[in-house]
Ligand binder design. Structure first.
Ligand code: BGC
Length: 786
């Protein structure tokens, strides 16, 4: 009897428990059904930590999952956010990078391929100065992101070219923040049209690769706001990227990823940014070697407290540290919840949450046409003596020199690389365009290039595999007698000079910025032989960043800066050579006479020289043309320069008022005065009067590219300038101020080629924007002044 009573009770308890459990389960808020606040309230500290710390390494930077690890959804993606199935939160996927989606093209036991399109690199895209074109490129890239099941592309990369030797300048856009900001803005808009996200990076002042995880950049608030933040500010305000990637480096003693001034005061309070911030991969760790050390983590609490919402790629030690910090109160629980809110709001709009049925079949054929065209628009015609280009002779053979002609470089290495199905070499491009290539020269180059490429690949494998930094291929020695013979029979010579670089290492002065002896020899031998026969020499620069051109440019007849133009490279170059496309790119950075002419060269990389810990930005705002023009230093090719197969005339510069009252419209007529159709990039510079602080002689404030103008046709371009565009940042006032005086509004074809100008009067100082006092220096910088 007793036994029976007990079992009824037990049964009752079981029933009650089951009912309660089912109710509780029903009550567990589900993302999308319940509010974000209810979901956050329901989260345990462990769950909170698992959403703020990324899921870890498998799939990182293209590595296949380790033996025994499960396959990731998108192989080769750089990371993601964790799923919490209990709360209806799916995982999301983040993948590189700036020149197109970077994922693994092949998967185990799967005969399908997952190639993505390699678009032109950042410098090439920016050199088009064509925001509509960049939107189109972004739209195509974004389609690949979406159709391969990725939620966020880890791009664009918009750090300023402080110095030509930065190993990642190819991913970045310009030495000028307006160009960087406008190009980034168009790129983000293009990608996000597809309802996938972007992550503008690396926020901020990640201007060198040497000791990138730990170097402390000492920068004045003015240089930060006018130069290093301004591009981000323009792009973030205009295009609202879903996410931002904080930089590795420190700024004035504080890691970017735990920098409250940067991530909260400026980004959120001043700029009103609503998305989430993730660290760069292992950001906040003092060095790659520290990552797997027992007991070492980034300062997780400081990162979350300062507004860095997600720590990537995410380490177990970081998760444990965050759980401890939540339990002990070391991390502000409001900051934790704010970060969760931002991430959950992102998850809600992600394709993964919407269960988007991606096809794994983006339209690669259509995108190949997009990249082929985009690359031609970014090419810069540096020299064209006696209009040797366009070159249309398909009857006689062309002598093609330089290893890179046969092994064309589509893009840089590291996370900025793309796993593309093919790269069209220059030889292939020229052949496709109907040119006849000298077969003897080709027959000599092909085995040589195959051999040096194989050696270089082996070297890279032994030096870090995918993360190894590329080295330039040695040029094939040329026999002067043979070349002299070839100059008699071939109609013209083409020489390609190639450079490649990537993250983790900066470029070098010798045999990199400056040409190597083998390259100089090649240029000398070929140009002497061909010029002796009255034949011309064309140089193609297949490079990602600036090289020296001053010492050898007079030896050749034409120089086409093709950049690293993406997978259709050879076809794109051929389109420009034949005149199918009229080159319309202009430089977004200075090509100096000498490397040491750059103001930043004096303190590049920092001190101590053998292992830099501190880098002092003593040049302040004098970066690029702001320095060269103000200090009157001759350049090889100046910022904003680029030739064309046609010519343009500037006229009718008009200002909507002669006195400035906070806003003004500038208009300008551009006419094609040459013989072929073409596009012109008109640049508006402002020259400020002498005020209470140093001002560069001129600063770019607006630009526009015309439509394709037929000969004789004109277009009127309109620009709008607001107070902030004319203002400088005055540190002592914590404000952007337009100081009174007479300003010059300049219409120019480059930073040195001024076409027209008009005066604009500012009668009283105008405070364009009052901001917070940020980025206090640890010690006096002794910044460069006029
Ligand atoms: C790079 C980032 C990249 C990340 C993920 C880092 O090494 O600095 O630009 O997005 O890796 O691959």
């Amino acid at each position: 009897m007793k036994k029976r009573t007990l079992s009824v009770k037990t049964l009752a308890v079981i029933i009650l428990f089951t009912v309660q459990h089912t109710r509780a389960q029903k009550k567990t808020p589900q993302l999308g059904k319940a509010s974000v606040e209810e979901v956050i309230t329901a989260m345990t500290p462990e769950e909170k930590a698992s959403l703020l710390i990324g899921p870890g390494m498998p799939g990182y930077a293209g590595l296949t999952p380790l033996e025994g690890e499960p396959d990731v959804r998108v192989l080769g993606a750089a990371g993601g956010t964790m799923a919490i199935p209990r709360l209806g939160i799916p995982e999301t996927v983040l993948a590189d990078g700036p020149a197109g989606l970077r994922i693994q093209p092949k998967r185990k036991n799967d005969s399908n391929t997952y190639y993505a399109t390699a678009f032109p690199v950042g410098t090439a895209l920016a050199s088009s100065w064509n925001t509509e074109l960049i939107k189109e490129v972004g739209k195509s890239m974004g389609e690949e992101v979406k159709e391969y099941g990725v939620d966020v592309l880890l791009a664009p990369a918009v750090n300023i070219h402080r110095n030509p030797l930065n190993g990642r300048n190819f991913e970045y856009y310009s030495e000028d923040p307006l160009v960087a900001g406008k190009i980034a803005s168009a790129y983000i808009q293009g990608i996000q049209q597809n309802d996938v996200g972007t992550s503008i990076k690396h926020f901020a002042a990640n201007n060198q690769e040497t000791n990138r995880l730990s170097v402390n950049a000492h920068i004045s608030e003015r240089a930060m706001r006018e130069i290093y933040l301004r591009g981000f500010e323009i792009a973030i305000k205009e295009s609202k990227p879903w996410t931002i990637m904080s930089a590795y480096n420190k700024i004035n003693g504080q890691y970017a990823s735990s920098n409250n001034d940067l991530l909260t005061t400026i980004l959120r309070k001043e700029w009103g940014y609503k998305g989430f911030v993730m660290t760069d991969w292992f950001g906040g760790y003092p060095g790659f070697e520290s990552i797997l050390k027992e007991g070492v983590t980034s300062d997780v609490a400081a990162q979350i407290n300062s507004g860095n919402d997600l720590l990537m790629p995410g380490m177990e030690a970081q998760k444990k540290a965050l759980i401890d910090a939540i339990n002990s109160g070391k991390v502000d629980i409001n900051a934790v919840n704010t970060s969760l809110r931002r991430i959950l709001n992102y998850v809600l709009i992600s394709p993964s949450f919407k269960n988007y049925k991606y096809s794994n079949k983006p339209d690669l054929k259509a995108h190949a046409a997009v990249t082929r065209n985009a690359a031609t628009e970014g090419m810069v015609l540096l020299k064209n003596k006696n209009s040797i280009l366009p070159y249309k002779n398909t009857e006689n053979t062309i002598a093609v020199f330089g290893d890179t002609s046969y092994n064309f470089i589509a893009g840089g290495t590291g996370s900025g690389d793309v796993n593309k199905a093919y790269t069209v070499s220059l030889i292939e491009g020229l052949t496709n365009a109907g040119f006849k290539i000298d077969q003897d020269i080709e027959a000599a180059y092909v085995p040589f290039v195959n051999d040096v490429v194989a050696k270089e690949m082996k070297r890279r494998e032994e030096h870090g595999g995918l993360l190894a930094v590329p080295q330039r291929l040695p040029e094939m020695p040329l026999d002067p007698a043979m070349i002299a013979q070839k100059a008699k029979t071939d109609a013209v010579a083409i020489i390609t000079i190639g450079r490649n670089s990537g993250e983790n290492e900066d470029r070098h002065i010798d045999n990199d910025f400056y040409l190597g002896q083998d390259e100089i020899k090649m240029i000398n031998t070929v140009s002497e032989a061909f010029h002796a026969e009255g034949k011309k020499v064309i140089v193609i620069l297949n490079i990602g960043g600036v090289i020296e051109t001053f010492s050898w440019k007079d030896k050749v007849d034409a120089i086409l800066l093709a950049w690293q133009p993406g997978q259709e490279g050879g076809n794109s170059v051929a389109d420009v050579i034949t005149g199918k496309a009229n080159p319309s790119g202009k430089l977004t950075m200075t090509f100096p006479v000498d490397y040491h002419n750059h103001a930043s060269a004096a303190n590049w990389l920092g001190v101590p020289a053998e292992n830099p810990k501190d880098v002092y930005y003593k040049e302040g705002i004098y970066v690029g043309y702001r320095y060269f023009n103000t200090f009157d230093i001759n350049t090889s090719y100046e910022f904003g320069y680029g030739d064309s197969y046609t010519s343009f005339e500037y006229s009718d510069l008009k200002l909507s008022a002669t006195d400035f009252n906070g806003e003004i419209e500038v208009s300008l007529k551009v006419t094609n005065t040459g013989k072929v159709a073409g596009k012109e990039i008109a640049q508006i510079y402002v020259s400020a009067p002498k005020g209470s602080i140093d001002k560069p002689t001129e600063e770019l404030k607006a630009f526009k590219k015309t439509q394709k103008l037929e000969p004789g046709k004109s277009e009127t371009l309109k620009f709008n300038l607001k107070a902030k565009d004319l203002a400088s940042f005055i540190d002592t006032q914590s404000a952007w101020v337009v100081e009174k005086g007479t300003y010059k509004i300049i219409a120019a074809a480059s930073s040195k080629d001024i076409k027209l100008s008009k005066d604009l009067k500012v009668s009283n100082d105008i405070v364009a924007e009052k901001v917070n006092n940020t980025f206090n220096l640890e010690n006096n910088l002794d910044e460069l002044k006029k």
